[in-house]
Design a binder for this molecule. Structure first.
Ligand code: SF4
Ligand code: SF4
Length: 173
């Protein structure tokens, strides 16, 4: 699940993030519900943490992350390899909208949508702040180079791939 668009200018540069005459960038001025489509899309930092498989403890409801990525994820670029058809190919890829962001509990703590929904600011590595889509990788926030594909791992082995880092928020230290 992600909000990235492969064929749309979804990431605004930081120069474009400020409306003319506005002192603050849009993510500080607007609620999630007030954002335009392009503003909304640009809030995704491209980390692809939400494209990792998770395990839920049936007794406690606790959710843990695995390093096992959706089979459509490109582990290098962190892009969905078939974004237009993702909901057909991956039915549990949930489209994000403001209501969804506010209701699901497992969005990574670094997720741009979650940060804004919680009244927080974007971190330096976010492309909207840095003006560079590479900083999310350089900061070690993205999943790039850290995943295995679900196509190669049987479900009964998922527990062997549990990892903590997708739930961590290094910027909060
Ligand atoms: S289909 Fe998979 S890779 Fe594509 S956006 Fe959804 S979870 Fe991510
Ligand atoms: S976790 Fe949030 S910021 Fe990262 S890819 Fe998913 S929607 Fe985008």
């Amino acid at each position: 699940m992600t909000a990235q668009e492969d064929d749309a200018p979804s990431r605004l540069t930081n120069e474009a993030a400020n409306a003319p005459g506005s002192a603050e960038p849009f993510w500080k001025r607007l609620t999630l519900e007030e954002m335009s489509t392009s503003e909304w899309e640009s809030l995704c930092d491209g980390c692809a943490r939400c494209c990792l498989n998770k395990l839920e403890d049936w007794d406690t409801g606790e959710i843990v992350w695995t390093a096992i990525a959706c089979e459509l994820l490109d582990d290098d670029s962190c892009r969905c390899s078939d974004y237009p058809n993702r909901h057909v190919k991956v039915p549990d890829c949930i489209p994000l909208d403001p209501a969804t962001v506010r209701s699901i509990t497992w969005l990574p703590p670094t997720c741009g949508y979650r940060l804004i929904a919680e009244g927080r600011d974007l971190y330096w590595w976010h492309p909207l702040v840095s003006g560079d889509p590479e900083t999310v990788h350089e900061a070690g926030i993205s999943v790039s180079g850290r995943t295995v594909s679900e196509a190669d791992i049987p479900v009964e082995e998922y527990e062997d791939f549990v990892v903590m880092w997708p739930g961590e928020d290094p910027g909060a230290d």
